[in-house]
Design a protein around this ligand. Structure first.
Ligand SMILES: NC(=O)c1ccc[n+]([C@@H]2O[C@H](COP(=O)([O-])OP(=O)(O)OC[C@H]3O[C@@H](n4cnc5c(N)ncnc54)[C@H](OP(=O)(O)O)[C@@H]3O)[C@@H](O)[C@H]2O)c1
Length: 246
């Protein structure tokens, strides 16, 4: 079977790095995007890394064109965009946040995935090969929490964006698959930041500490297995999928 090509944001650590590793182990090609490098991925010859700050909308608009130039579309199993990178902070009540913090979070967690999705669809609209977009969401997109308004809003936006594009695609002759996935709670740097905050500044840190202490966090490896199944499955456009469905 022809190997697939995966464009994944946030491959320097956490869920993105682990998923990229599993896809590479299966012989696929991965184009990773983050500011930092991943030491564990550079050894794979099918891995290409782009050191990019997702705050820079103009750079990301041109990025997919550069990636698609390297792919022989006719000799490909699937082309898949995984919008995984996101930012958790600011973890403060909204009156404590400044404009720059709010803007930066939404730029990385919401606007970059929207721009990448737009470019992906524009550039692959008339291609016959299987194409899929997976937006990594969060339970936070449907659960309001104090001092997390910016993150929760970005994830609620990801959910609504995915559903709207799903409606658009379902009317097309040659639709591009698009879903959002809630990965559940996973042991990564993001969790370490959340539980490491002072309870006085961020009352939700108690919740994150408890989740950790009671062993409720899944490993990136376990989540990766669910994500591989979700990548393979054909799922109705715009659906919000829980990781355990994979
Ligand atoms: N971990 C959980 O429990 C959990 C729960 C629900 C949802 N999620 C979601 O799962 C996804 C992955 O989270 P994670 O836990 O793996 O987070 P993580 O360990 O903090 O990794 C985040 C990734 O995003 C990249 N990133 C952040 N800012 C960036 C920027 N400005 N430009 C380019 N890349 C940037 C980081 O790379 P650089 O810093 O090198 O740029 C890193 O590779 C996120 O969408 C998150 O919201 C996670």
């Amino acid at each position: 079977m022809n190997k697939s090509h995966f464009i994944i944001t946030g491959t320097s650590r956490g869920i993105g790095e682990q998923l990229a590793k599993m896809l590479l182990e299966n012989g696929n090609f991965v184009y990773g995007i983050s500011r930092g490098d991943s030491n564990s991925l550079v050894k794979y010859e099918n891995y290409i890394h782009f050191n990019i700050d997702l705050c820079d909308v103009l750079v990301i608009e041109n990025l997919l064109g550069k990636i698609f130039d390297q792919i022989n579309i006719n000799n490909t199993g699937m082309i898949c965009l995984i919008n995984n990178a996101a930012m958790l902070e600011p973890l403060k009540s909204v009156d404590q946040c400044n404009a720059e913090e709010i803007n930066k979070n939404l730029q990385i967690s919401l606007i970059a995935p929207m721009v990448l999705t737009s470019c992906f669809i524009k550039q692959l609209d008339n291609v016959e090969v299987r194409r899929k977009i997976i937006n990594i969401s969060s339970g936070s997109g449907t659960s309001p929490a104090p001092a997390m308004s910016v993150y929760c809003t970005a994830k609620a936006g990801i959910n609504m964006f995915t559903q709207c594009v799903g409606v658009e695609q379902s009317k097309r002759n040659n639709p591009i698959e698009i879903i959002a996935v809630d990965p559940g709670m996973v042991e990564t740097e993001m969790q370490i930041v959340a539980r490491g905050k002072n309870t006085h500044d961020f009352e939700m840190s108690n919740f994150f500490k408890q989740v950790h202490q009671t062993g409720q966090l899944q490993s990136t490896e376990d989540l990766g297995k669910h994500l591989l199944n979700i990548i393979d499955k054909e799922i109705e456009p715009g659906k919000l999928v829980k990781y355990s469905e994979g």
